[in-house]
Structures are given as C-alpha cells and as structure tokens.
Design a protein around this ligand. Structure first.
Ligand SMILES: O=P(O)(O)OC[C@H]1O[C@H](OP(=O)(O)OP(=O)(O)O)[C@H](O)[C@@H]1O
Ligand code: HPA
Length: 183
C-alpha cells in the first residue's frame, strides 16, 4: 500500500467504471420491473456495498427505502473467519416488507446465507439478494441469488467498495492486486 496512486497497485482490471455503471443500471431495470406495485426496502451490507447501493438506488425511478446492516465474517486480509456476527442491525422493522439485500460480492456464501435466514425469521413479505459479483468456485454455502452482475473466478478483487485491509474501496474500477501488495 505504498504507491502514490491507489490505482497503481492493480495488476489487472476486471471491470471498468463504465462497465460497472452499465451493469448496475441493467440490474436496477430488472429490479424495478420485478417489484412494480410493491413496497421495496433495499438493505446494504456495510461497508463494501456502499458504492453499489448508492448507484443502484439512484438508477431507480421508483420510490425505495434504504437501510443498512454491518456484519463481520472476515478477519484481516483475504480469508473469511467463518463466524458471522451483527455489528449494526437494521433501523427498520421488515415485517410485511419486500426486502432486497444488496452486496457487492458473494464469495464463500457464508455471510449472505446466514443473513438471509436471519432476515427471513423477521416476517418480511420476501427476501431476495442482489450482488454485483459472485465467485461460483469459492462457494461453500448455498445461497439463492436473484440478481447477479457477473460471475468471476476465485481471485481476490478490490475496488468499488471492495477492500484489502480497508484500502482500495475508493478505486473506481474493480481489479486484482499486484503480488507485492500482499508481501
Ligand atoms: O460470501 P462471503 O465469503 O461471506 O463474503 C462476502 C462478504 O464479504 C464482504 O464483506 P466483508 O466481510 O469483507 O466486509 P466489508 O464489506 O466491510 O469489507 C462482502 O461485502 C460480503 O458481505
Ligand atoms: O474478493 C474479495 N475482495 C474483497 N473483499 C472480499 N470479501 C469477500 N471476497 C472478497
């Protein structure tokens, strides 16, 4: 993390800012159609989902409620700790509401699998998931995901909310880091 510019540590760009925005607009259109005539609460999972929540919400023409949860499943670095804990719960009572959980990545599936069953126990009208990225080869827990931007290989990625040790979230593109960053 010693380069002057945050983008200098990327070894490969997977998706550019333009591609990401186009994809988020596509997802927003599908979601708008599917939830026509229904109340909709989108729940962003902090901190990584901040960018995708902001772009998705602004791509809607419809009314939408927004709320946030923070959970922890990752230790420092690139490996999941395997334990999910709520750090910040919803301010909203979800009973009777259509809930769409928004995240930027599903990796092992552990976080979202735990979170959706937790939310389902609160009596919502429905719970679905939207994620920008998913790593099918890394999946350890089955998660039913209605909206997926892209399936990607099992590589650690940063940018557009995704961090490595709390850095790189502000990168506009999504990519992989040069090996020297990890050493
Ligand atoms: O499918 P999984 O293996 O459970 O990984 C996915 C989770 O990991 C990331 O969050 P992270 O715990 O890194 O927190 P952050 O959003 O604050 O970076 C991401 O935002 C997902 O919530
Ligand atoms: O590939 C990743 N990058 C950053 N954060 C993550 N959390 C789960 N997978 C990832």
């Amino acid at each position: 993390m010693d380069s002057a510019h945050v983008q200098d540590d990327l070894v490969k760009v997977l998706f550019t800012e333009e591609q990401i925005h186009e994809k988020v607009r596509e997802l927003a259109q599908r979601i708008e159609q599917d939830y026509e005539g229904k109340n909709l609460l989108i729940v962003g999972i902090l901190k990584g989902a901040v960018m995708v929540m902001a772009d998705l919400a602004r791509a809607f023409n419809r009314h939408v409620e927004m709320d946030w949860m923070a959970v922890t499943s990752y230790g420092s670095g690139t490996k999941s700790s395997g334990v999910v804990r709520i750090l910040k719960d919803l301010d909203t009572d979800v009973s009777g509401k259509h809930v769409l959980v928004v995240d930027e990545i599903i990796d092992t599936g552990l976080t979202l699998s735990w979170l959706t069953s937790n939310l389902c126990s609160r009596g919502p009208a429905s719970v679905e998931i939207a994620t920008l990225l998913r790593k099918p080869d890394a999946q350890q827990m089955p998660v039913e995901v209605k909206y997926v931007g892209w399936d990607i290989p099992d590589e650690f990625v940063v940018g557009y909310g995704l961090d490595y040790n709390e850095s790189y979230r502000n990168l506009r593109d999504i990519g992989t880091l040069a090996p020297h960053v990890y050493s």
